[in-house]
Design a protein. Structure first.
Lengths: 475, 402
C-alpha cells in the first residue's frame, strides 16, 4: 500500500486528537521568572552567553505591552503566562534525539506512528526531527546528506556542537527578542527546534521535516528553528504541528530564522494543526541576500487563535520572495495570518497568495505589509487574497498595508471575498455529486494552488484536514 | 491619552460664539457638551505599522492654530429653485426643527477630539434641504477662508424621491502669517429613494492644515455619491464615509488628489453595509510629485444582516517623483457570506510603454507625461455631475502639471 493510500485510509481525526498520559523526566514550575530560566538553562547545560541572552529577553518580555492596539486583533486576554508550564523534558535517555524510532519509549513512538512520521520518512524525506513537549526526541538524516556537510540537528545540540554559528545567528539578525512581546518570551524560554545548515553549492533534494507535538495540558512550546543556506544551496524544510485538545489553554510561540545567502533557495512549509485550545503566536523571518529566493508555504488549520506573519527581508539585489498561505477557521477559531515583505534592494520581487475559508462563526484575517524602500527600483510585488465564507456567523477580514517609497516599481494588490457559487454547486450536483461532496470539491479546488506546492504526502494530509473540518457541518 | 485643550477655548468662548449668532439654547447646549467631552477624547486613529506612524496628528499645535474668536469667511451660495440653500445661521431662523432633528445625527460630535472641537466652535457652514419629489442640480457653495482658523458645519437633508447635485469648494482668501487650520464637517441624510451627489473641492494654501469628516446615511433605495478632490493644504486628513442603512441603497466614494512639494494627504474612504441588497463602489486616484506623501485607507465593512451585498474598491496612485511616498491599506471586513466584495490597489509610475508610444508620435516627453496624468484622472472626472466642478478640478490638475 502506498503511503498515500495509507494516509487516506487511516482516521486523520484519531491520529491528531489522541492523548497520552503525561510522563516527564523534568517539568518546570508554572510561570516565568529569572529562576525558571536559570533552571532550564542549567538543565540544558548551556554556555553562559545563551543564559545571558535568555535573561535579557525575559527583561524585554516583561517590559513590552501585549499587542492589543492592533485593529481587530485576536483576543489574547486568556493568556496568563503564569499559568503556563514553559518546559517539560520528556522521559528519554538520549538528549538531542535518538536516531532510531525503536529506541524511543513506547508511548512517544506510538504518538509519532499515529501521526505517520516514520512512514513519511521512509518515503519522501531526507531527514526527520521530532519534538515531544520541549525536547527533540528523534533526529535522523540520511547519510548521503551528512557526507556533503549538511547539518540537521536539535537546536539544543547545535548550541553545544555548532556554538560559533549559533552564537552569530541566534536571535541577533533576523528575529531579535525586541521584535515583539512573544518573540521576547520565546527568546527567554525557547527549547528544542531544529538547526539546519546547508553548505555552498549543495542541493538537498528531498525535504527535511520536523514535527512538533505538545502532549501535556497547559504547557507552552517554544521551539526555535534556525536555517542557514549558504551560497547557491537549496533546501526544503517542512514543519508539522499538533496537540490534543484540553480545557486549559496551551501556548505555542515558536521562532524561525532563515538565512538565504547569495543565489540560495529555501522553501519553508508548515502545516499547523494545533488543537483548538492552543494559542499559536509565532515569529518567523527570513533574510534573503543577492539573488536568493525564499518561499513560505503555510497552512493554518488548527489553534484557537493564530497570529502569524512570516516575513522576508529582501536585502540583496534580485532577491525574491513567494508567500502562499491558507487559513481555515471553524467554530471558535480566530486565524489572523498574513505576510510581511521588505524590499530593501533593487530588482526584488515578491508574490503573496492568500486563501482563507471561514465557517461556523470562525474568523480569518489576512494582515500583511509590503514595504518598498527608497532606492529599491525595478521591484515588483503582487498580493492576491481570496476568501470563501460559508455563513453569516463567520467573519472574513482583509487588512493589507503597503508602504511605497520608490516610484520605479510595480505594486498590485487584489482581494475578493465571496460565498461558494450556487452555480458551481448546481453543476457538480448535476454530475451526480451530493451537496457535501460538491462543497468539499470546491474547497479543495480553492486551495489547490497551495496543495500543489507541497509534497504529495502533505497535500493529501492537508486535503484530509480540510475534509475533516467540513464534515458534518454542511447543511 | 487625550489632547491638551487650548487655553483660548472655554465655555465662555463657546457661549460668545453662540450668542453672536443668536442661537437657540439646544444648540448652545450641544456645543457645550462637545466642549466638555474634549478632555476625554482622542485624535482620530491613524494607521501604524512596525516602527511607523502614517500620519502625525499629535504634533498639531492647536494652541497656535486655533483662534476661535477670530473666524471669518466669505461664502457664496448659489441657490436653486425648489430647494433651500442657506447659511447655517440663516437656516436656524427658518428651519430650526429640521436642524434640531438632523444636526449631529450622522456625525457623532463626540466621535473624536476634532469633531468635538469643530462642533463647539463652528461659525460657518450651509444647510441644504430638498423637499419631497424635487430635483435640483448644480447647487454651488464657494467659500474663502480669511482667518487663521475656521470651523464649518454643513447639513444636507433630502426628502423622499428628491435629488440634488452639490459642489462645495474651499480656498484661502486673505493672507495670514503662519500656519492655518480649516475644519469641515458635512452630514448628509438621504431620504427614501433620493439621490445626492456631494462634491468637494479643496484648494487651500499650503500653510493650512485641513481636517474634514464627511458622512452620510442612506434610507431605503437612496444613493449618496461623494466626490472628494484634494489639491491644496499642507496636511489633509479627510474621512469620507457612508453608512448604508436602507435596504437597496447605494454609494460611491470617489476621490482625487494631487500632492506636490511636501504635502501630506491622508485620505480615507469607508462604507458600512448595514442592510440588504446594498452596493458600494470606492474609487480613488491620486498623483504624487516632489516629496509629497499620500496615505490611503479604504474600508468596506459588510455587516451580518447585509445579505446580497456588492462592494468594490479601487485605489491607484501614480508617483511622478522618486522621493514621494504612497502608503495604502484597503480593508475588507466581511460578516455576511452572501457578498460579492473585492478591492484592488496599485502604485507605480507613468506607464513607460504609453510614454514611448506618445514620444514616438513626436510628442515631447514632458507633454506626453502630462497628457497621461490628465488621462489618469478621467475615470474620476467622469463621475462628477456638476460641470463647473469637473472643469475646476481639471484646471487645477493641469495647473499643477505646469
Amino acid at each position: 500500500m502506498s503511503s498515500n493510500e495509507e494516509l487516506q485510509e487511516t482516521n486523520t481525526e484519531a491520529r491528531f486528537e489522541f492523548k497520552k498520559e503525561e510522563s516527564s523526566a523534568f517539568k518546570s514550575e508554572k510561570g516565568l521568572d529569572e529562576e525558571t530560566i536559570r533552571v532550564i538553562s542549567e538543565d540544558k547545560d548551556e554556555p553562559d552567553w545563551m543564559l545571558q541572552r535568555r535573561l535579557r529577553a525575559l527583561k524585554q518580555f516583561q517590559e513590552m505591552p501585549m499587542p492589543t492596539d492592533w485593529p481587530e486583533a485576536p483576543d489574547l486576554s486568556e493568556i496568563d503566562i503564569d499559568e503556563i508550564v514553559p518546559y517539560i523534558r520528556p522521559d528519554i535517555d538520549v538528549r538531542g534525539g535518538v536516531d532510531d524510532w525503536t529506541d524511543l519509549p513506547d508511548d512517544i513512538k506510538d504518538t509519532f506512528d499515529k501521526l505517520g512520521i516514520p512512514e513519511a520518512e521512509k518515503n519522501a524525506l531526507s531527514g526527520v526531527g521530532a519534538q515531544y513537549e520541549s525536547e527533540i526526541v528523534y533526529q535522523n538524516m540520511q547519510e548521503q546528506w551528512e557526507e556533503k556537510g549538511v547539518i540537521f540537528c536539535d537546536m539544543d545540540k547545535a548550541v553545544q556542537e555548532h556554538e560559533d554559528l549559533v552564537k552569530e545567528y541566534f536571535m541577533t539578525k533576523a528575529v531579535p527578542p525586541s521584535d515583539n512581546k512573544f518573540a521576547a518570551l520565546h527568546g527567554a524560554i525557547w527549547s528544542g527546534g531544529s538547526f539546519v545548515y546547508v553548505p555552498e553549492d549543495t542541493t538537498v533534494e528531498m525535504p527535511i521535516q520536523a514535527y512538533f507535538r505538545m502532549n501535556s495540558e497547559g504547557m507552552g512550546q517554544f521551539e526555535h528553528t534556525l536555517i542557514i543556506a549558504e551560497e547557491n544551496s537549496e533546501v526544503h524544510y517542512i514543519e508539522g504541528c499538533s496537540a490534543p485538545k484540553y480545557s486549559a489553554f496551551n501556548l505555542h510561540s515558536g521562532g524561525v530564522e532563515v538565512f538565504v545567502k547569495e543565489d540560495a533557495h529555501v522553501q519553508y512549509s508548515t502545516v499547523q494543526n494545533w488543537s483548538k485550545s492552543t494559542y499559536n503566536l509565532n515569529t518567523k523571518r527570513a533574510i534573503a541576500e543577492k539573488g536568493g529566493r525564499m518561499e513560505w508555504i503555510s497552512g493554518s488549520m488548527g489553534s484557537k487563535a493564530t497570529m502569524l506573519y512570516p516575513s522576508t527581508i529582501l536585502k540583496g539585489r534580485g532577491a525574491s520572495d513567494n508567500h502562499i498561505t491558507i487559513a481555515f477557521a471553524g467554530e471558535g477559531q480566530d486565524i489572523d495570518t498574513g505576510a510581511k515583505v521588505y524590499h530593501n534592494a533593487p530588482e526584488t520581487k515578491s508574490t503573496i497568495e492568500s486563501k482563507s475559508i471561514s465557517k461556523d462563526g470562525g474568523r480569518t484575517n489576512y494582515r500583511g505589509l509590503v514595504h518598498i524602500a527608497d532606492g529599491a527600483e525595478n521591484s515588483s510585488t503582487a498580493v492576491e487574497c481570496d476568501a470563501l465564507m460559508f455563513d453569516n456567523e463567520s467573519t472574513s477580514d482583509t487588512m493589507p498595508y503597503m508602504e511605497i517609497n520608490e516610484s520605479k516599481v510595480d505594486v498590485a494588490h487584489e482581494a475578493t471575498v465571496g460565498k461558494i457559487g450556487d452555480e458551481d454547486i448546481f453543476y457538480l450536483q448535476s454530475r451526480g455529486l451530493d451537496d457535501d461532496d460538491a462543497k468539499q470539491m470546491i474547497v479543495s479546488g480553492f486551495i489547490e494552488p497551495i496543495t500543489e506546492e507541497l509534497p504529495i504526502e502533505y497535500a493529501v494530509e492537508l486535503n484530509r484536514l480540510v475534509e475533516l473540518e467540513m464534515e458534518g457541518s454542511l447543511g | 491619552m487625550s489632547v491638551q485643550v487650548p487655553a483660548s477655548i472655554s465655555a465662555e468662548t463657546v457661549e460668545e460664539i453662540s450668542a453672536a449668532r443668536d442661537e437657540p439654547d439646544w444648540l448652545l447646549e450641544r456645543r457645550l457638551d462637545a466642549l466638555d467631552s474634549l478632555d476625554s477624547l482622542d485624535l482620530p486613529d491613524v494607521i501604524q505599522t512596525p516602527g511607523r506612524r502614517w500620519t502625525d496628528l499629535e504634533s498639531l499645535d492647536f494652541e497656535s492654530l486655533v483662534d476661535p474668536r477670530d473666524q471669518s469667511d466669505e461664502t457664496v451660495r448659489e441657490s436653486v429653485e425648489g430647494a433651500t440653500v442657506l447659511s447655517f445661521e440663516e437656516a436656524l431662523a427658518d428651519h430650526e426643527d429640521l436642524i434640531k432633528e438632523h444636526f449631529g445625527s450622522v456625525v457623532d460630535p463626540e466621535r473624536n477630539y476634532l469633531t468635538a472641537l469643530s462642533t463647539a466652535l463652528f461659525t460657518t457652514g450651509t444647510v441644504i434641504y430638498v423637499p419631497e419629489g424635487v430635483d435640483v442640480e448644480d447647487i454651488t457653495i464657494r467659500a474663502e477662508m480669511n482667518s487663521r482658523s475656521l470651523f464649518s458645519h454643513t447639513l444636507v437633508v433630502t426628502e423622499q424621491s428628491s435629488s440634488a447635485t452639490i459642489l462645495e469648494s474651499i480656498e484661502s482668501g486673505d493672507d495670514v502669517d503662519g500656519d492655518r487650520f480649516f475644519s469641515n464637517i458635512v452630514e448628509v441624510s438621504a431620504g427614501e429613494n433620493s439621490y445626492v451627489q456631494f462634491g468637494s473641492l479643496q484648494n487651500l494654501d499650503e500653510d493650512t492644515y485641513h481636517i474634514t469628516l464627511k458622512r452620510g446615511t442612506t434610507d431605503t433605495y437612496s444613493t449618496i455619491n461623494w466626490i472628494e478632490g484634494n489639491i491644496g493644504s499642507r496636511l489633509t486628513r479627510s474621512d469620507v464615509e457612508t453608512s448604508l442603512d436602507g435596504e437597496g441603497s447605494e454609494t460611491k466614494v470617489v476621490g482625487a488628489f494631487f500632492g506636490h512639494e511636501d504635502q501630506h494627504l491622508d485620505i480615507n474612504a469607508r462604507v458600512w453595509h448595514n442592510a440588504e441588497s446594498t452596493t458600494a463602489d470606492l474609487v480613488t486616484r491620486g498623483v504624487l510629485d516632489d516629496v509629497a506623501r499620500s496615505v490611503y485607507e479604504g474600508v468596506q465593512d459588510v455587516g451580518q444582516d447585509a445579505w446580497n451585498t456588492s462592494s468594490y474598491q479601487r485605489e491607484n496612485t501614480l508617483m511622478l517623483s522618486d522621493d514621494s511616498e504612497a502608503d495604502a491599506s484597503p480593508k475588507l471586513i466581511i460578516k455576511n457570506h452572501d457578498t460579492e466584495a473585492s478591492h484592488s490597489a496599485t502604485v507605480g509610475q507613468v506607464d513607460q510603454e504609453d510614454l514611448l508610444y506618445m514620444t514616438s508620435r513626436s510628442i515631447d516627453p514632458n507633454t506626453a507625461r502630462n497628457m497621461l496624468v490628465e488621462g489618469f484622472f478621467v475615470p474620476v472626472l467622469e463621475e462628477i455631475d456638476v460641470e463647473e466642478f469637473r472643469e475646476d478640478l481639471s484646471e487645477l490638475i493641469i495647473a499643477r502639471l505646469d
